[in-house]
Unconditional design. Structure first.
Length: 586
């Protein structure tokens, strides 16, 4: 483009000189030509000549534009021709090899503008890039890229802006997410009132970074929302100052058949839709609006490391080591155990009974742990329409009995090993219609059911016993044009585990006379839709969503004249704008 501008300027500059030369050619040698007065006819002739020169310059620029386009197409064909490339000289130095290509029609070459003093042939072979560069999708940017290039990495913004409304027929006091295990009974004050709220707290922001380096692909992922716990009272009075909360922050590296991930991610016990990927789009945590997802779903987001092995495109094997916690209930409305009277001090000192795991008192950081939770998983994906997985978890709990009475196990360590297994299937039985089932059975794995079941109870001598807990989520997802429809059933079952205190009274979980917060079963039925109202790869998408949720819970013990169970009805509506952006296909 700069060459064409310079050429045009040179032509314009040469016009007065050519006119002067035409006049002086007819003068005698050595004489000074006289300059006659310009007549109207001469001025008109000069204007015509200038107009003719400008028309010639315009045609020349158009011709050069056409030649430039043809040249660019020819160079692209040369770069993609298998005949092109590099060959080695006798000393091993790589040099360019001429590339040939077939171009429709004759190729017309114009002289290249050379400002550097060296020849610049237009038919020279293009510069060859390294194999890692040529495979880097960041190099394939188009006129409207959906990612941001930073060096040799591709970065995309992650996030959406939500405005969610939630209505419950009982004032459960759980804000946007459902506290499955603490639905109020009809005899309570909270059951006499309903609740309605608007909230933007489920909005998310973050970024994803991808790149290739020496045959190794790396991915960095960050995501946070605004569901953090804050102590202020100004959320609804004067200002909706919602607190940001870190959801995901991890890096994944893969080379060949091996893959390594470290950071805070979804637990590997969370069901997958594809392989053992940690990307949210490859996980199954339902399509619901409820930010606590489904009763019966195994999930958590916590720090850890994992190693994956991909023997082929169908199978994936993985082992992860994740943050442990000696949990006895009390989180997110979950049921808590009853400790022996003499060992009540174990709560919050050696066993976690915090209202929120890693809450304001940081009790999860104060409680001791033996080793990370160890999770192993096998996934099979024979096609994009079928996914099958089996996962297992091993956990170890250990406490020290601080009592002074030797007969009660004073001065001893007590250890208990717990574990569980999870099995899941995600299958597209017909086009755009999927059936999903995920099932979990454990002794000492209740924390992974959204904290709705305790892991262990404590006997009067300080020894530990694992609590049996299981969960399931079953349902379907169907896509009809721009609408996603779904329906699920979820259930949690918590086993009874009772022991006697030194005074002969029962303690533990689910004993006669226990609080009606010690649940035996929690069940949920839910269905909803997700309507894509508008989307554009350059500008994002707008979705409108709705969900209905019916929850029940049944305690182990029902006192005389007390309700045997309780339930509530919840309705969500959500308007979402999703940011544009998609990562290239590495």
């Amino acid at each position: 483009m700069n060459g064409r501008r310079i050429l045009g300027l040179l032509c314009l500059a040469s016009l007065p000189v050519s006119l002067w030369c035409a006049e002086t050619a007819n003068s005698p040698a050595g004489s000074v030509p006289s300059i006659p007065a310009a007549s109207a006819t001469d001025l008109e002739t000069l204007k015509q000549r200038i107009a003719e020169q400008q028309e010639q310059i315009k045609k020349l620029q158009q011709a050069m534009d056409e030649q430039q386009k043809l040249l660019e197409r020819s160079l692209q064909n040369l770069a993609g021709s298998p005949a092109g490339g590099q060959v080695a000289t006798g000393d091993g130095t790589p040099v360019e090899r001429a590339a040939t290509t077939n171009v429709a029609g004759p190729v017309r070459l114009v002289p290249a503008l050379n400002l550097g003093g060296r020849p610049s042939p237009l038919n020279a072979a293009p510069r060859q890039v390294s194999s890692s560069d040529s495979k880097n999708p960041c190099e394939k940017e188009n006129a409207s890229p959906t990612f941001i290039r930073l060096g040799n990495t591709c970065t995309i913004p992650i996030g959406f802006m939500d405005l969610t409304s939630v209505w419950r027929d009982k004032n459960a006091g759980s804000s946007l997410g459902s506290n499955f295990g603490s639905l109020p009974y009809n005899t309570s004050v909270n059951a006499q009132n309903s609740e309605f709220r608007f909230t933007p707290q489920n909005s998310r922001l973050g970024l994803r970074v991808d790149g290739d380096w020496k045959g190794t692909h790396f991915t960095g992922y960050n995501e946070f929302d605004f569901l953090g716990t804050g102590a202020g009272t100004n959320y609804t009075v004067t200002n909706g100052a919602f607190v940001p909360r870190l959801r995901l922050f991890w890096v994944d590296v893969r080379k060949g058949k091996m893959e390594f991930l470290a950071g805070q991610s979804w637990s590997m016990l969370t069901p997958n839709r594809k392989g053992i990927s940690a990307l949210p789009g490859d996980l199954f945590y339902s399509q619901v609006i409820d930010v606590n997802y489904m009763a019966g779903l195994t999930w958590t987001r916590q720090p850890g490391v994992r190693v994956l092995f991909h023997p082929n495109k169908t199978a994936t094997f993985g082992v992860s080591f994740e943050n442990p916690d000696q949990y006895i209930g009390g989180s997110a409305g979950g049921s808590g155990i009853t400790l022996p009277t003499a060992l009540a001090g174990l709560a919050s000192s050696q066993l976690d009974n915090a209202p929120n795991i890693s809450g304001g008192t940081n009790t999860v950081l104060a409680t001791p742990t033996v080793h990370p939770d160890i999770i192993a998983k096998i996934a099979f994906d024979p096609s994009s329409r079928f996914h099958f997985e089996v996962a297992g978890i091993e956990r170890t709990f250990k406490i020290w009995n601080p009592l002074a009475t030797p007969a009660l196990g004073a001065g001893q360590h007590f250890t208990k090993v717990g574990g569980g297994v999870q099995v899941g299937i995600n299958a597209e039985v017909v086009k755009n219609f999927r059936l999903i089932t995920t099932n979990y059975f454990s002794d000492g794995g209740g924390r992974y059911l959204f904290g709705q079941a305790p892991d262990v109870i404590v006997r009067s001598d300080g020894s530990l016993s694992a609590v049996r807990a299981s969960g399931t989520v079953d349902g379907f997802e169907a896509t009809i044009k721009n609408t996603l429809l779904y329906a699920y059933y979820g259930g949690i079952y918590i086993g009874r585990n009772v022991t006697l205190d030194t005074n002969g009274k029962p303690v533990g979980y689910g004993f006669a006379g226990s609080a009606n917060s010690q649940n035996r079963a929690i069940q949920e039925v839910t269905f909803g839709f997700n309507q894509t109202m508008w989307k554009n790869p350059k500008y994002g998408a707008i979705n409108f969503m709705g969900q209905y949720e019916y929850l029940t819970r049944d305690p182990w013990f029902v006192a005389l004249n007390s309700p045997k169970a309780t339930h509530d009805n919840t309705i969500y509506f959500n308007l979402r704008y999703t940011l544009p952006g998609s990562i290239p296909n590495f």
